[in-house]
Design a protein around this ligand. Structure first.
Ligand code: NAI
Ligand code: SOE
Length: 378
């Protein structure tokens, strides 16, 4: 009989659903000492929270997250709220000795993130941040290849995350669904929302960055604010591009925007080493493109590896070789890895401390865009 980890979830939007699906599915596919129990969900609207709880199988609801993080029947708190609430909830949950799974970005800025790290480390509670793209099998496979040393010296890393959903100048900012356009709720625009994913993956695959130079743009400068009813200045970055030096001597190039007409969620990365290059694209997420310099002769070329065989990361848990899985499985994998570490009283990666490194890069990027100078990542 598996031991129980009773989950208290805060927020029932997009990520509330993705995580709940992860908790529900994990028991069917992974053999684990601990299994999640959907104990309670907290949200301000009692009826909506109840409807969510009934649909996904939560036992009860709270309308005040403070009650949820203090409750005796909760072992782990899952933070699925807009970014401006992550720190307050996490610090309170740590005081109550709860394990914490927090959505990305960790915090509004690095100073706030540092306080979150100190809180979980002082309390000694397992913690993780939902940078879920790490756990798409083709991305984890890229990590294994890079760690094996097969690339040799790395020269370049480039990544982009492109969307197009805010081009309409009549779109309001703030409030439900549109909090991402409100700097007070989101912290920043594409830098913290989209580039944070690219940065997390890059730091994981290619190590730390030493400095950055960036430019940002806010194409629509004023929008109606849904909460105040007034037209207000837009404080977020709509687009951001930056260059960086990695500590291993390689050069980085990153771009993100919500103004790339036609692109909904094009996350791609590429890494070029002296012996091998790897390329990945979220739209074709089960494939890893590999160029191996060892494949000399007229047949050399890019290989498209279908990362669906049982010797590929996580794939032995799913279907027969050749059958693909999708976006939602990255959350199932993250739950499984979290639970496995939890059983050993450890944290799975990325921990709050790991995610703070991404926050430091975001801060440096935003500071460079303002000053038009190279900024050290400290
Ligand atoms: P959403 O807008 O769909 O849901 C946010 C939820 O938070 C809503 O249920 C809202 O009612 C609730 N909420 C807001 N204020 C609250 C309060 N004071 N008390 C309790 N609940 C409150 O947002 P979404 O897309 O689920 O984003 C949530 C977080 O997840 C954000 O930090 C975002 O950056 C992150 N995210 C991460 C993704 C990933 O790929 N890992 C994908 C999408 C979002
Ligand atoms: C924004 O549209 C968004 O949902 C981000 O918030 C997520 O982090 C990203 O994974 C997909 O796009």
């Amino acid at each position: 009989m598996a031991k129980q980890l009773r989950i208290g979830m805060i927020g029932y939007g997009f990520m509330g659903r993705a995580h709940s699906n992860g908790y529900n599915r994990v028991k069917d596919f992974f053999d684990l000492e601990y299994l999640p129990v959907l104990q309670a969900v907290a949200a301000r609207d009692a009826d909506k929270a109840k409807a969510f709880a009934d649909r996904w199988g939560y036992k009860r609801v709270e309308t005040d997250w403070r009650k949820l993080v203090a409750a005796d029947d909760i072992d782990a708190v899952d933070i699925c709220t807009p970014n401006n609430l992550h720190a307050e909830i996490a610090i309170e949950a740590a005081k109550h000795g709860k394990a914490i799974l927090c959505e990305k970005p960790l915090s509004m800025d690095a100073a706030e993130g540092e306080r979150m790290c100190e809180a979980v480390e002082k309390a000694g509670v397992p913690n993780i941040v939902w940078y879920n793209y790490r756990r798409i099998p083709a991305v984890t496979f890229a990590k294994q290849i890079i760690d094996s040393g097969a690339l040799g010296r790395v020269f370049h890393y480039r990544a982009e995350f492109l969307q197009d959903w805010t081009i309409n100048a009549d779109l309001p900012q703030g409030g439900a669904a549109l909090w991402r356009l409100d700097a007070a709720a989101a912290g920043s625009g594409v830098t913290g929302d989209l580039l944070a994913h690219c940065i997390d993956t890059a730091l994981w695959l290619n190590g730390g960055m030493s400095d950055v130079t960036a430019m940002t743009e806010t194409f629509v400068k004023e929008r109606m604010h849904q909460l105040t009813g007034k037209v207000e200045k837009v404080g977020i970055d709509d687009a951001c591009s930056f260059l960086c030096h990695f500590k291993n001597g390689s050069l980085g190039l990153f771009e993100s925007t919500r103004y790339a007409r036609g692109h909904k969620a094009l996350y791609t990365f590429e890494i070029n080493g002296e012996n091998m290059s790897l390329k990945w694209d979220l739209h074709d997420l089960h494939r890893l493109q590999v160029f191996d310099y060892k494949d000399a002769g007229p047949m050399r070329g890019w290989k498209s590896v279908h990362v669906t065989d049982s010797d590929h990361p996580y794939m032995d848990k799913w279907w027969v070789p050749g059958l693909a899985i999708g976006y939602e499985h990255s959350f199932v994998h993250q739950v499984a890895d979290f639970l496995e570490a939890y059983a050993k009283k450890q944290s799975a990666h990325p921990t709050f401390r790991d995610a703070l490194e991404t926050q430091k890069v975001c801060d440096a990027v935003l500071s460079s865009a303002k000053s038009h100078q190279w900024v050290a990542v400290t």
